[in-house]
Every structure is written in structure tokens, then in C-alpha cells.
Write a new protein. Structure first.
Length: 263
């Protein structure tokens, strides 16, 4: 009999994970990138030269979005592994299945928590980008950030939506791998390899099938033709399929394999 509500389980999941290093890294990573970009641009504020395009794109986007696209998949891989490691440690997964809750409800609680955590991290990155430009407009007016261009708002919004779908797909892939492999190296190596592979073959005809390349390809698309950027394309549809497919595989492994011998 399921006597514990989903909200209570999510609260318990947050309480249990609040000091987890992977969780803290996921939330702090975008703030670190934005903070470093602000310091870098302030340090070089005396070297500003005239740009034919918006300083939001020429300076801030070029100094933040590539790093977000490159490192986020690795951070997500570390986050997923840290969650699984926490359950495997001291064999607490058996204690979890001993609770009067169905294995399916336990699984979906974890998935919802992971989605909320990643969405919060992306919103911090998104909001931090515009906050950084606002601060630089006051601290370093020579850049010209005070002259806000609505086009950059549309571009950055599209970047985070398209990249975000890719990051959610990566999260489900990495969670599935982390459930299977208890070795730290394999899941994280897959995340790192995916990013490097995506950058090497970025002009490949089938690059849309590599979720790790979604953010980098979106950024290069912004540089090539900002007005031609699509809010939803083939890559996003494929990434949604990855989310559903690996979510289903993770569900089967979590409830059938890990729950074997338990409730």
C-alpha cells in the first residue's frame, strides 16, 4: 500500500541529495561559468574594440555558451553517477525497496527530481547570462551592453531550449549507464567522448543523432545564421525519443533488475 505522497518523496529526495557533490556541481556550474566570464570581461574592459555585431553576442555569448555546451554533458554525467553511487553505497538500494512504496513510484520520483534539478540549473544559466550583461552594462559601459538587442534574447532563448532538450536526453542516457555500471570511469567517459565526438564530426550528416552535440551545433548555428535558427528541429525530436527510450530502459532495469529479490 502506497501511503507516502509523491510530494513527500520528492522532499525526501531533495533532503537526501542536498549535499551530494554531483547535485551541488550541477547547480553551481552555470554560476561559475557566468562569474568567470564577468571577471574576464572586466579584466579586458580596456581592450574593447568596435564590433559590427551586438556585444551581447560578440563578447558575452562567445565567452559563455561554448563552455556551457562543452562541459554541461560532463557535469550531467557526474550528477547522474553521483545519484546512483549514493544509492549503491552501503547497499541502501535494498533499504529503499523495503519501504511500503512501489518500485515504479520510487523510480519516477527520482526521474522527476533529476528533471527538476537539471531544469533549475539551466534556468540559473539562462538568467545568469542576462544578469551578467546587465551588470557589465554598469561596471564596464565601454562594451555597450546597455544597448540591449532583442535579437540576442531570441537567440539565447532558442539556444537554451534546443540545448536543454539535448541535455535532458544526455541525462537519461547517463542515468541508464550509471545504473548498469558501478564504475565511475565508464559513464563519465561516455559523456566526455560524446562531446568530443560531436565536435569532431559536427558537419556529419547524422550529427542530429548525437545528443552531446546539440548545444555546440546550436551555438555554431547562431554564429552562421542567427535568423535561421529553429526553435524545434530534427535534433530535438530525436532527443525526445532518446529521453523516452532510455527512460523506459532505465525503468525496466530499476524495477526488474535492481528490485529483484525486493518488493
Amino acid at each position: 500500500m502506497n501511503t507516502i505522497s509523491l510530494i513527500s518523496m520528492l522532499r525526501a529526495e531533495f533532503y537526501k541529495t542536498r549535499r551530494n557533490r554531483g547535485f551541488l556541481l550541477l547547480l553551481s556550474f552555470p554560476l561559475i561559468i557566468i562569474f568567470i566570464a564577468i571577471l574576464y570581461l572586466l579584466y579586458h574592459s580596456n581592450e574593447v574594440h568596435t564590433s559590427p555585431i551586438s556585444p551581447w553576442a560578440y563578447y558575452l555569448a562567445n565567452d559563455t555558451l561554448p563552455f556551457i555546451g562543452f562541459f554541461y554533458p560532463i557535469v550531467v554525467a557526474l550528477f547522474c553517477y553521483s545519484l546512483c553511487e549514493m544509492e549503491y553505497k552501503n547497499n541502501s538500494i535494498k533499504q529503499l525497496f523495503s519501504l511500503p512504496i512501489s518500485k515504479a513510484k520510487i523510480y519516477f520520483t527520482k526521474i522527476i527530481f533529476m528533471f527538476i534539478a537539471l531544469l533549475t540549473s539551466l534556468l540559473l544559466a539562462y538568467g545568469g547570462f542576462f544578469l551578467a550583461g546587465y551588470l557589465l552594462g554598469h561596471l564596464a559601459p565601454s562594451y555597450g551592453f546597455q544597448d540591449f538587442n532583442y535579437l540576442i534574447f531570441k537567440q539565447v532563448t532558442k539556444f537554451f531550449i534546443v540545448s536543454g532538450v539535448g541535455f535532458f536526453a544526455i541525462m537519461m542516457i547517463q542515468y541508464f549507464l550509471s545504473l548498469i555500471f558501478k564504475n565511475f570511469i565508464i559513464p563519465v567517459a561516455v559523456g566526455g567522448f560524446g562531446v568530443i565526438f560531436g565536435m569532431i564530426v559536427k558537419i556529419w550528416d547524422y550529427i542530429d543523432y548525437v545528443p552531446h552535440a546539440a548545444a555546440i551545433n546550436t551555438f555554431f548555428g547562431m554564429l552562421k545564421d542567427p535568423l535561421a535558427m529553429s526553435l524545434w528541429g530534427k535534433a530535438s525530436t530525436i532527443n525526445v525519443c532518446y529521453i523516452l527510450a532510455f527512460g523506459f530502459l532505465s525503468f525496466l532495469f530499476f524495477t526488474k533488475r535492481l528490485g529483484k529479490g525486493n518488493r
